[in-house]
Design a protein around this ligand. Structure first.
Ligand SMILES: Nc1ncnc2c1ncn2[C@@H]1O[C@H](COP(=O)(O)OP(=O)(O)OP(=O)(O)O)[C@@H](O)[C@H]1O
Ligand SMILES: [Mg+2]
Length: 364
């Protein structure tokens, strides 16, 4: 099996030891945690890894609730109810619904694999009672329970006052701890860092950073070695340079590197491999590029070539890349940021998608 997966697998998980210690420590001390980071660094995988360990140790029961496609409080409640039913009442869903969702009569449909989906059809005023029934169920479990709400910023977009309701009901629980997670963006930051919002100072914060270069180096090296393949040190360095150590991109390139290597991966063949990967993705990125205005194209290329840019409107930067006026450049930067093509790190601006960054760097 290829050890460089693009989905979570407990046997092929790199590092995150400090984060695991911190998360477990928070649970032991009854604290909730907010985990956020730029995209694709490994938030989902970290929570899954934590849950895998907690379930193995049998001290905690875990529920992962993905709020990605939810648009209202009822969707959150449905998603929570379905996860509880699947985990605790899979043998008798109907009975489960009766005990769990007192007073409402949802419609149930089953997928081919038996996974239930329910439609709650809540009436005015039934949201709060349903939330309290679901939380009560978890509160009464013998083991402690951890609920992860993933893409939690969606809650801020619900038309109802969901944040306040969730905060009120979750605060009453002593047996249930929460992990809130999402990509670093203004929605999520406002929820937790604005004094007027219900979740203000409600949680410990873990900002997930890149896996350290040293840890990733060892992970790549040992996974080649344990399958009796070899990789030159310079080849590993080259991969990590190319991906800038960002998790998703490193996994993708290592996955290719692994399956295209019979015995030994050299630095020279890594160069060809990486070039070949970009060539294969070229069409996608040309399409993305063609959606940009002329100024946005120029600014994106300049930022890609520079790597990280602290002052995009400085004379040096404008001159170096022959960019339009400071105000036009700033406008392009703002639009690229809104389109999530640029990401603002504390140190400066970068192109969010590393492969797009390399595409712009190499082909223009
Ligand atoms: N510690 C790790 N070791 C090995 N692979 C990992 C690790 N963390 C994440 N990955 C892999 O990297 C990719 C991105 O991780 P993941 O999906 O968890 O990121 P994310 O931060 O949740 O991204 P998004 O913002 O898109 O939700 C996935 O393919 C995942 O399997
Ligand atoms: Mg994710």
């Amino acid at each position: 099996m290829n050890p460089f997966t693009t989905y979570y697998h407990p046997d092929f998980f790199c590092d995150r030891e400090n984060e695991m210690t911190q998360l477990k420590g928070n649970l032991e001390n009854g604290l909730n945690t907010l985990i956020h980071s730029p995209r694709r660094l490994g938030k989902s995988a970290l929570i899954k890894h934590l849950f895998h360990h907690l379930e193995q140790e049998k001290e905690y029961e875990t529920l992962f609730i993905d709020l990605f496609a939810t648009a209202k409080t009822e969707d959150l409640l449905r998603s929570l109810a379905e996860t509880i039913l699947k985990k605790y009442h899979s043998k008798n869903i109907i009975q489960g619904i009766k005990t769990l969702l007192k007073g409402i009569t949802p419609t149930i449909t089953f997928a081919h694999d038996g996974t239930p989906s329910i439609s709650l059809g809540l009436k005015e005023g039934q949201q709060e009672t349903t939330m309290s029934h679901l939380f009560d169920f978890l509160e009464k479990r013998k083991n402690k329970v951890v609920v992860a709400f993933y893409e939690f910023q969606e809650v801020a977009t619900y038309p109802e006052k969901a944040e306040a309701m969730l905060r009120t009901y979750s605060q009453k629980l002593s047996n249930v701890r929460f992990i809130y997670s999402g990509s670093t963006n203004h929605l999520l930051q406002n929820m937790f860092y604005s004094a007027s919002r219900p979740f203000y100072q409600s949680s410990e914060v873990l900002i997930l950073e890149k896996i350290s270069r040293g840890a990733y180096y060892n992970f790549i090296d040992s996974n080649f070695t344990r399958s009796n393949k070899e990789i030159e040190p310079a080849a590993i360095e080259q991969i990590l340079d190319f991906t800038d150590c960002y998790t998703y991109y490193t996994q993708v390139i290592c996955n290719q590197a692994y399956y295209k290597t019979d015995q030994k991966l050299t630095a020279k063949s890594t160069e060809a491999l990486v070039k070949n990967y970009l060539d294969n993705r070229k069409i996608d990125y040309i399409n993305l590029y063609n959606l940009l205005s002329e100024n946005q194209k120029k600014v994106a290329i300049a930022i890609a070539k520079q790597g990280i840019v602290t002052k995009p409107t400085s004379i040096e930067f404008l001159m170096k890349f022959n960019l339009p006026s400071a105000s036009s450049t700033l406008q392009a930067v703002n639009t690229l940021h809104e389109k999530e093509i640029l990401y603002k790190l504390p140190e400066g601006l970068i192109i969010y998608d590393i492969f797009f960054r390399r595409f712009l760097e190499f082909y223009f």
